[in-house]
Design a protein around this ligand. Structure first.
Ligand SMILES: [Zn+2]
Length: 66
């Protein structure tokens, strides 16, 4: 089952307290969300992979804006 995710660009803070552009990927089904540094497609894919582990529902995530 494919689940749409909301991808929102945001400024994230890394371990050193530096603001870095990133994305927040949110599952539209359960509302779980993950933050990923970087705004490239690879970053979004990584966020989807991380989200899949959090969600534990064996869903495939697809970004809304593709
Ligand atoms: Zn979910």
């Amino acid at each position: 089952m494919k689940v749409h995710v909301d991808v929102e660009e945001a400024m994230l803070t890394n371990d050193r307290g530096t603001m870095i552009p990133g994305v927040i990927v949110t599952c539209s089904e359960c509302g779980e969300s993950v933050q990923v540094f970087g705004t490239s497609e690879a970053s979004i894919r990584r966020g989807c992979a991380n989200l899949k582990e959090l969600c534990m529902s064996n869903n495939w995530y697809t970004p809304d804006d593709e």
